[in-house]
Write a protein that binds this ligand. Structure first.
Ligand SMILES: Cc1ncc(COP(=O)(O)O)c(C=O)c1O
Length: 398
């Protein structure tokens, strides 16, 4: 047998965990708070059906859809990103600053291609997004976690770790973070952008949940405070349009974008043109804003039901994050409970969650007593039943 490359072993552990968790959650009877999918009811099925019928024709955009595309993406989707997604956040991008990619994960991959050498250090939040760690490990990078609190990354710890490890990059999910549901404060966003400039580090800002706000005030992205081009802003259409369409985008300075273009070309030529056209038409026809309102309403109700159930049903002493948006809350159980070990009992009772341990990397303590709970893809009545089951499992473990 030919030996696999070294990177395969590096990413193996994370890949195994993800596979196990997904396999254990496939029983249709199980109420799964484990995944990160948006509500089925939040998928714009009818709108996309109508768009496809009208535009995938010989007279309209049929040939464009089925022909090779440009590595950078189709102009009207890039323009929609600029006008409808970035401008409302105070970001002034031009077409030269935007590339369309195949889902949010691809941006992490392309940015890693540009910057990472084996052994390079990336600072991440503690806890952080497990798939991102998997991507960084594929590039043989070393992920070091920084301290976080209710306002996101603790800037003093980030600066101390910059001095200690000389990282190439800082990866951060500032809004309704995966897995914690927390949001980074305005002051810290500005401070992090400044650290990137001061120490010449890439700030990789990953913001796929920012549009899904159900309460509180919107905050400008870290990129808004970037004076030097050190921050690369990446986002996804998965939560606001459709995860199956595999669309995302990156916004960066033109010199970086030219390199992303080259990396994209070498990786997969370009993003699927059929879904780019469907998504661009979705914006061009004015369907996005009412749809966003609908999906926020759907998820807000689920968030509210979930948080009320957690408050009323889980044992005293359990701590949890109240998320102003996104799809997750983060629950901290009494120290003696190991949520990885408890998952088998939970699955036997037909409820599932993501054990917290998987979201920790070196640099900060691994917390075995935490869990990520997603309310995105479970209908309110089932949220109630699922949390009841979970409460039962937790009580048995006390
Ligand atoms: C923080 C974060 N970044 C990126 C992604 C990737 O999204 P996509 O489905 O667009 O690849 C996700 C999806 O769950 C996520 O939570």
């Amino acid at each position: 047998m030919v030996k696999f490359a070294r990177r395969v072993a590096y990413m193996q552990e994370t890949a195994d965990v993800i596979r196990y968790l997904f396999e254990s959650m496939t029983d249709p009877e199980t109420i799964s708070f484990g995944g990160g999918a948006p509500a089925r009811e939040a998928l714009p099925i009818e709108q996309v059906h109508d768009i496809a019928n009208e535009v995938l024709t010989r007279e309209n955009r049929g040939a464009q859809a089925l022909q090779y595309g440009n590595p950078i993406g189709i102009p009207d989707l890039r323009q929609a990103v600029i006008d409808r997604l970035l401008a409302p956040k105070g970001l002034k991008a031009r077409l030269e600053n935007i590339i369309i990619v195949a889902g949010g994960i691809e941006s992490l991959n392309l940015v890693s291609q540009l910057y990472l050498e084996p052994g390079d250090v990336i600072l991440v939040e503690s806890p952080t997004f497990v798939h991102a760690v998997q991507v960084f490990k594929m590039f043989e990078a070393r992920c070091i976690a920084c301290e976080t609190d209710n306002n996101g990354l603790v800037i003093e710890d980030v600066e101390a770790k910059i001095k200690q490890y000389a990282p190439k990059m800082i990866y951060v999910i500032p809004t309704f973070q995966n897995p914690s549901g927390r949001t980074m404060s305005l002051e810290r966003r500005e401070a992090l952008a400044e650290l990137g400039s001061q120490y010449d580090i890439v700030i990789l800002e990953d913001d796929p949940y920012c549009e899904l706000r159900y309460s509180g005030e919107s905050l400008p992205p870290i990129k808004y405070f970037d004076q030097t081009g050190n921050t690369i802003y990446v986002n996804s259409f998965s939560k606001i349009f459709s995860p199956g369409s595999r669309l995302g985008y990156a916004y960066a300075d033109e010199s970086i974008l030219r390199k992303l273009y080259e990396a994209k070309t070498a990786t997969n030529s370009h993003t699927n043109v059929v879904t780019q056209i469907l998504c661009a038409e979705f914006f061009n026809r004015g369907l996005f804003e009412p749809h966003l309102k609908l999906i926020c309403d759907i998820h807000r109700e689920r968030r509210d039901v979930m948080m009320a159930c957690i408050k009323n049903m889980l044992p005293e002493g359990v701590k949890y994050v109240y998320p102003d948006g996104g799809l997750f809350t983060w629950v901290e159980l009494p120290e003696q409970i190991d949520t990885t070990a408890m998952l088998n009992d939970a699955i036997a009772l037909k409820v599932a969650y993501m054990p917290g341990r998987e979201f920790f990397v070196e640099g900060q303590p691994i917390r075995n007593n935490c869990m990520r709970i997603s309310f995105g893809s479970v209908v309110p009545e089932k949220i109630q039943i699922g949390i009841e089951r979970l409460a039962h499992v937790i009580h048995s473990g006390l």
